[in-house]
Design a protein around this ligand. Structure first.
Ligand SMILES: [Mg+2]
Length: 233
């Protein structure tokens, strides 16, 4: 019955989080390390939360060992602060996302999952606030690997553990808003659907050769049709 695995990125693809996300990261790092490094201006798009913490602190001269020593505390502090302080009004769902998820989840041949640079604790909360978390029975998160390209095989393995089905490359679709999501699809030789609702314009995304490129996910029928025709050439 199950035929295809559809993996979604979170930020810039399913939703946008307001400035609170950056403010909370700054506060959490300040509390744990006494500095937030370049967190107030760093480009987060498509990056793993764990890598972001290392990058912004290395920009202030902290070395890797110093960051690693307090990393778990910083991660937990950030997740707890995010859960405590973020509100539904901080999240904006992208156009068409709720309708798309409702339609996709009603199709028994499709398995939905997450492939995201978020930590699971904060990423799940971003989905809970607008009530779309239940669409995703599993996901690969920043907690699951050193870098984003390590996550696609993790997602496939988790899907297998959950369903007993080994999804093969022609039956996997990865949907995201940055070149890093397109690169993830390439890791598995899966189909990439890029969407220009994040910080990358469609012209920028086009340079990275996604299989499909949408301005947004609002044309539900067209998006579903691309997901179903997932054999890649
Ligand atoms: Mg993204």
């Amino acid at each position: 019955m199950l035929k295809k695995l559809v993996l979604f990125d979170i930020d810039g693809t399913l939703l946008n989080v307001g400035s609170i996300n950056r403010r909370i990261l700054v506060d959490a790092l300040q509390e744990v390390y006494g500095t937030a490094g370049s967190a107030d201006r760093h480009n987060f798009a498509g990056k793993m939360d764990n890598m972001i913490i290392y990058e912004v602190l290395q920009n202030t001269g902290l070395c890797e060992a110093e960051i690693a020593e307090k990393f778990d505390r910083a991660k937990q502090t950030y997740i707890e602060m995010f859960r405590t302080h973020s509100r539904p009004s901080d999240i904006t769902l992208m156009e068409g996302v709720r309708e798309l998820l409702e339609e996709l989840s009603a199709r028994p041949e499709l398995m939905l999952g997450l492939l995201t640079g978020n930590f699971e604790g904060s990423g799940r909360h971003k989905l809970l606030l607008p009530d779309i978390n239940h669409f995703f029975p599993f996901g690969a998160f920043a907690d699951d690997g050193e870098n984003r390209n390590a996550l696609p095989p993790v997602a496939v393995e988790k899907a297998y553990q959950l369903t007993g089905k080994k999804f093969t490359e022609e039956n996997i679709i990865i949907i995201g808003d940055t070149e890093h999501d397109i690169a993830c699809a390439r890791v598995l030789n899966a189909k990439s659907i890029a969407v220009a609702t994040g910080t990358y314009s469609s012209q920028q995304l086009k340079k990275h050769n996604p299989h499909v490129l949408f301005e947004n996910l609002s044309r539900t029928d067209v998006v579903i049709s691309e997901i179903l025709q997932s054999s890649i050439n």
